[in-house]
Design a protein around this ligand. Structure first.
Ligand code: BES
Ligand code: MN
Ligand code: ZN
Length: 489
């Protein structure tokens, strides 16, 4: 797994400022007021920092921006990075500034001279989140990397404040690694193994194999994987940090390790992107990791359906009718609408077994959600305003885009089948809504439920605020916050 950049927290030492050979970051308000460390660096540079801050270029700087002064006179440093943060900055701005500093990281050392435990922690979090690279499959030797040190007045407080944020970063890195991993490496078996490894963190992990799934009657899930040599699996991860008999929150993830479309084969162009079709399962795994690492005082169960959607002589055909675990029959019109077939059985199982207090499923479910919302927002569908509002608030706080979409009987009607209880597609119109509508048929009325269609946000082709291009880990921060806000005692 990709490791977080190590950051050491030490007490501010003014002598170190002059001797520092790499980059040194200091904080200034948008009005040009220097923080204590910035004033010290300013004195060393005989006022150059203040003149830089007073210059025209700095006037346009916004909260969270960073501007660099190269080779400051009077210091050994190669650069002073001036971070613009007002006293009452938002969490997002501090993280953004941390991310901007990470992008400036070269092979030399870096010193962040900052004060205030909370602000230090958010800066460090932004830094590590953005300082991610997926280099497992690059054979050229890594360049030696410089050390990153935070200097502040209360390093122990800062380190304490950072601990839970670093747990979230580690969870996010797990999600990103899983999503970035190619499908020949991340098979269903390898995926299950990586989840089993999380038992070391105190999670209870069970792997259900095809025989067990068959016994449970999960035939819509199994029908997706039957064309592949990789065996289908469902993995159940339990974190019991809450009250003994409190009903858990259930997180359910689509884990299609590769989606060729099956017999309804996808076009060749862009098919390689379908290595990310396990993104929902990746977010569930990363969230469980974060919750375990920070020892969340909540009961949360994560369930993922791991399958590979391949065409073969044994694959499900368009027109086949399959019976779900719930008992409802599905006419498979298009084998490329496979995610819902996986999720419906896992969601039903989650409710039957755990009677959850809430259920959130995540899936790279439809191309249509990308047409609708692009890469800025995940589609949010829900049968429960309270849970939905709490999620939207959590996502907003974490600056993870999420936009509520409608559900309704008229959309559900589009799933009517001539020969079975339902079809697995509703046609071109409102493709993301009919997909959600299909899922809702497997949600018990008493279960507060959210469906998150993350096809547009799980992996992107240009960098985001806290991630380089590729897998983003979207959702780990929001779900972690939802658990903290609504499910922790
Ligand atoms: N995995 C895809 C959805 C997807 C598309 C994810 C692009 C990420 C990027 C899903 O299984 C799929 O193929 N959906 C079809 C549904 C259609 C056949 C009703 C789609 O969106 O075209
Ligand atoms: Mn598909
Ligand atoms: Zn898919």
């Amino acid at each position: 797994m990709t490791e977080l950049t190590p950051i050491s927290f030490v007490t501010t030492d003014i002598d170190a400022f002059a001797a520092m050979k790499g980059r040194i970051a200091v904080i200034v308000t948008p009005e040009g007021k220097l923080e204590a460390s910035a004033r010290r660096v300013n004195r060393l540079t005989k006022g150059a920092v203040q003149r830089f801050v007073d210059s025209d270029g700095f006037q346009k700087v916004k909260s969270g921006d960073v501007m660099s002064m190269a080779w400051p006179a009077g210091m050994a440093a190669t650069a002073v990075d001036v971070v613009c943060l007002p006293r009452n900055h938002s969490v997002a701005d501090a993280r953004k500034a941390g991310a901007a500093l990470a992008k400036l990281r070269g092979t030399g050392d870096m010193l962040l001279a900052v004060d205030g435990a909370r602000r230090v922690a958010e800066l460090a979090f932004g830094f590590v989140m953005r300082d991610y690279t997926f280099s497992d499959h690059k054979t050229d030797a890594d360049e030696p990397e410089g050390e990153v040190t935070v200097m502040c007045s209360k390093p122990d407080d800062a380190e304490d404040a950072s601990a839970s944020l670093f747990a979230i970063a580690q969870g996010t890195f797990m999600t990103r690694d899983l999503v970035n991993e190619p499908a020949n490496v991340l098979t269903t078996t390898e995926f299950a193994k990586r989840l089993e490894d999380m038992q070391a963190l105190g999670l209870t992990v069970e792997v259900l194999d095809e025989a067990a799934l068959d016994k449970l009657g999960m035939r819509t899930l199994l029908c997706v994987g039957q064309g592949s040599d990789s065996p289908s699996k469902v993995v159940v991860m339990q974190w019991n940090g809450g009250a003994k008999d409190a009903a858990p929150l259930a997180l359910v993830g689509k884990g299609v390790v590769f989606d060729t479309g099956g017999i309804s084969l996808k076009p060749a162009a862009g098919m390689e992107d379908m290595t990310m079709d396990m993104g929902g399962a990746g977010v569930v795994a990363g969230t469980m990791r974060a919750l375990a690492l920070r020892k969340a005082k909540a009961n949360v169960v994560g369930l993922v359906g791991l399958v590979e959607n391949m065409p073969s002589g044994n694959a499900t055909r368009p027109g086949d009718v399959i019976t779900s675990m719930k008992g409802d029959t599905v006419e498979v019109i298009n084998t490329d609408a496979e995610g819902r077939l996986v999720l419906c059985d896992v969601m039903w199982y989650a409710q039957e077994r755990f009677k959850p207090a809430g259920m959130i499923d995540l899936a790279t479910l439809t191309g249509a959600i990308i047409i609708g919302l692009g890469h800025e927002n995940a589609g949010v569908f829900s049968n429960n305003d309270d849970l939905c509002d709490a999620f939207l608030k959590a996502a907003g706080t974490e600056s993870e885009g999420a936009w509520r979409m409608p559900l309704g009987q008229a959309y559900d009607d589009l799933l009517k089948s001539r020969i079975a209880d339902m079809k697995n597609i509703g046609g071109r119109a409102a493709g993301s809504v009919t997909a959600a509508q299909f899922l809702q048929r497997f949600v018990k009325p008493e279960t507060p439920w959210i469906h998150l269609d993350i096809a547009g946000v799980a992996s992107v082709t240009s960098e985001t605020a806290l991630a380089p291009k590729g897998a983003t880990g979207w959702g780990v921060m929001a779900l972690n916050r939802l658990v903290a806000d609504k499910f922790e005692d």
